[in-house]
Design a protein around this ligand. Structure first.
Ligand code: SIN
Length: 539
C-alpha cells in the first residue's frame, strides 16, 4: 500500500493548550490566562458540551446548616467504597470558594428573598444544589464562562478543531495535532502544558442523555500516548430520561424527584419503596436498576414519572426547560404521567489524574469528566460534576508554574515531528457500536455478552486502516472503538457488582475488589490490565 503524503501542519505556539470547552476547560482557561497565552481547542461550537445540558445544578456546602464534611460523607456513601477520600475532601472543602469565584465572574444562581435557593437530589442528606434559570443551570454556566473567555485578551478559541493526537517528545507531552474542520487543514499546537478537558463518552451508547460530541476523544488520545485509564467499567445511567424517539434522550432532572415526583410501574405502584429505604431519592445506580427491572417485569420500555404531588405553579417555575420540552413533545403535563427510562449519562471512568490534574505523562494535565481521580468512586453523587470542573479547573492554574517548561530544542523537535498515523474506523460503525454497547454492556452485564462485545470490538480494531484520518467522523469512530474496548475489558475484569457496575453472574459486592481497575495500551496496542489502591491510586 502506498502511504499517502501528509501535508505539514500549520504550527501555533502557546503557553497552555486546553482541549474542550465545558465548565472544566473554560474555568481552567480563564485561570491559566492570568499566567500566559491560552488556546482553547474544541471540536464543535464553543458551548457544545455536557455542561451546556446540565439541568440539576451545582452541589456545594454553602449554607450554615451544611458542612463540607457532610457533603464529603454523602459523596463517599454514594461512591460504593471506591472514592479516594483525599480527593473528595479537596472537592467539598474547596467547592465553596470555587462557586464564589464563578459568581464573581457573573454567574447568577436562582435566589429567593436574596438567598440562593437550594434544591434536593438523590443521596444528598440535605438541600444543597444551586440552580439557575430553574433547570438550565449548565446553559447559564456555559454562557457566563464562554462570554468571559471570548473577550479575554490572552485566550484564543479554536472552534470546529478536533484533536487527532497528542504529541510527545523525549517522554513528555509537547502539544497536539488537530484538524481544522472549517479549513479542512492540519494544525499543530505546541505548549509546555496541555490540558485535556474533553468530557465524557456517553455516545458509546445508543441511549444517552449526552450530546453527539461526547465520544471519549481525550481518553482515547491519552491511552494512545501511554497514559493509564481507570474505573472504565463505571458508567452511570440516569434513571429518568424521557422515553421518546430520537437520541440524545432528553433528561428529566433528578431534582424533579427531589421536589416530590414519584416513579410508578404499570400497575401504578410507587415501586422504589421495595428497593431502598430512601425510595425515589436512593442513589442513582439503585434507582436506575430498579427502573430497569420494573420495565422488564412489566414488559414495557419505560416506567412512569408522576409529578402530581408538586404544586403545578412551582413545577412550572422551577422546571421551565423540562415543561417546555414536554410540551414540544406533545405531552399534557396537566394530566399525564411522563414515560421515562434509564440512559447512559456520566462517566466515572477516565484518565488517571492526581488532585492537581497531573497524568502519567509529563506536560499533560486532565480535568473534568475525561479524568478519573477517584472522586466519584463507583457511583457519582448527583450534581458533583460541575463542582468538580470548577474546583479542579482552578487547581490546574495553581500547579502549572511548577511544571517544567519546554526547552528551545524540544520545541524545535516538536515542530519537526511527522504527523503520526492514526488508526481509523469507518464512520458507518458508529451506530452499530452504540447498539452493541447498549445491548451488551449496559445496566446489567454478564460474561457471555461481554465476550461477544469484546470479539466484535477486536474485529473492528483489526479492520481499521493505519492512515491519518481526514474527518471528524473518522476520528470519533476510532476513538469510540478504543474507549469501548477499554470499557468492555474493565467490565469483564471486575467480577463483582458495585455501584454502577452490575454483573448478573457476580451479583454481590466482593471486598477483595475494593480496588480500582486500571488499563494501559502497550506499544502493540494491546490492553494491559492492573489494579490500584482505593486511596491515592495515582501515586
Ligand atoms: C439531573 O439533573 O438529574 C442530573 C444531575 C447530574 O447528573 O448531576
Amino acid at each position: 500500500m502506498i502511504t499517502p503524503t501528509i501535508p505539514r501542519p500549520n504550527i501555533h505556539e502557546f503557553d497552555f493548550i486546553i482541549v474542550g470547552s465545558g465548565v472544566a476547560g473554560l474555568f481552567a482557561a480563564l485561570h491559566l490566562a492570568e499566567q500566559g497565552e491560552v488556546a482553547v481547542v474544541t471540536k464543535d461550537r464553543l458551548i457544545e458540551s455536557n455542561t451546556e445540558y446540565a439541568q440539576g445544578g451545582v452541589a456545594v456546602a454553602l449554607d450554615e446548616d451544611d458542612t463540607p464534611q457532610a457533603h464529603a460523607e454523602d459523596t463517599l456513601r454514594a461512591g460504593a467504597g471506591l472514592c479516594d477520600e483525599r480527593v473528595v475532601k479537596t472537592l467539598t472543602e474547596e467547592g465553596p470558594a470555587a462557586v464564589e469565584e464563578l459568581i464573581r465572574l457573573g454567574m447568577r444562581f436562582d435566589r429567593e428573598g436574596g438567598e440562593m435557593v437550594r434544591g434536593r437530589e438523590a443521596a444528598h442528606s440535605i438541600r444543597r444544589i444551586l440552580h439557575a434559570s430553574g433547570d438550565e443551570t449548565g446553559h447559564e454556566i456555559e454562557r457566563t464562562l464562554s462570554r468571559r473567555a471570548q473577550v479575554h485578551p490572552s485566550i484564543d478559541i479554536f472552534e470546529h478543531t478536533i484533536m487527532t493526537d497528542l504529541l510527545t517528545v523525549e517522554g513528555r507531552c509537547v502539544g497536539l495535532d488537530a484538524l481544522d474542520l472549517n479549513q479542512d487543514a492540519r494544525v499543530r499546537f505546541l505548549a509546555s502544558v496541555t490540558v485535556l478537558a474533553s468530557g465524557g463518552l456517553g455516545q458509546l451508547f445508543s441511549v444517552t442523555t449526552n450530546p453527539p460530541v461526547t465520544t471519549g476523544d481525550g481518553m482515547a488520545a491519552a491511552a494512545r500516548a501511554g497514559c493509564r485509564l481507570m474505573d472504565m467499567e463505571f458508567i452511570q445511567f440516569h434513571p429518568t430520561a424521557l422515553y421518546h424517539e430520537g437520541s440524545p434522550k432528553f433528561l428529566i432532572s433528578e431534582a424533579v424527584r427531589g421536589e416530590g415526583a414519584v416513579l410508578r410501574n404499570a400497575a401504578g405502584e410507587a415501586f422504589m419503596a421495595r428497593y431502598h429505604e430512601d425510595e425515589d431519592l436512593a442513589p442513582r445506580d439503585v434507582v436506575a436498576r430498579a427502573v430497569f427491572r420494573e420495565m422488564r417485569r412489566d414488559g414495557r420500555e419505560y416506567v412512569d414519572l408522576d409529578f402530581s404531588s408538586i404544586p403545578l405553579e412551582s413545577f412550572l417555575s422551577r422546571f421551565p426547560g423540562i415543561v417546555g420540552e414536554l410540551q414540544r413533545q406533545g405531552f399534557d403535563i396537566y394530566r399525564e404521567r411522563i414515560p421515562v427510562a434509564p440512559a447512559a449519562h456520566y462517566s466515572m471512568a477516565g484518565i488517571v489524574a492526581d488532585p492537581n490534574a497531573r497524568t502519567d505523562l509529563t506536560g499533560l494535565l486532565a480535568v473534568g469528566e475525561c479524568t478519573c481521580m477517584g472522586l466519584h468512586g463507583g457511583n457519582r453523587l448527583a450534581s458533583n460534576s460541575i463542582l468538580e470542573g470548577l474546583v479542579f479547573g482552578m487547581r490546574v492554574a495553581r500547579i502549572s508554574p511548577a511544571l517544567p517548561k519546554l526547552s528551545y530544542e524540544q520545541l524545535g523537535m516538536a515542530a519537526e515531528l511527522a504527523p503520526p498515523p492514526v488508526r481509523v474506523a469507518p464512520p458507518a460503525i458508529r451506530g452499530e457500536l452504540q447498539r452493541l454497547m447498549h445491548s451488551h454492556v449496559g445496566l446489567e452485564r454478564e460474561k457471555k455478552a461481554l465476550r461477544e462485545a469484546q470479539e466484535q470490538l477486536a474485529a473492528w480494531t483489526l479492520g481499521i486502516a493505519t492512515v491519518p484520518f481526514a474527518s471528524r467522523e473518522e476520528a470519533e469512530s476510532a476513538n469510540m472503538v478504543t474507549v469501548a474496548r477499554m470499557v468492555v475489558e474493565a467490565a469483564l475484569g471486575r467480577t463483582e457488582s458495585r455501584g454502577a457496575h452490575y454483573r448478573s453472574d457476580y451479583p454481590e459486592r466482593d471486598e477483595a475488589w475494593r480496588r480500582h481497575l486500571t488499563l494501559r495500551m502497550d506499544e502493540s496496542k494491546q490492553l494491559v490490565i492492573d489494579t490500584a489502591p482505593v486511596d491515592r491510586p495515582c501515586d
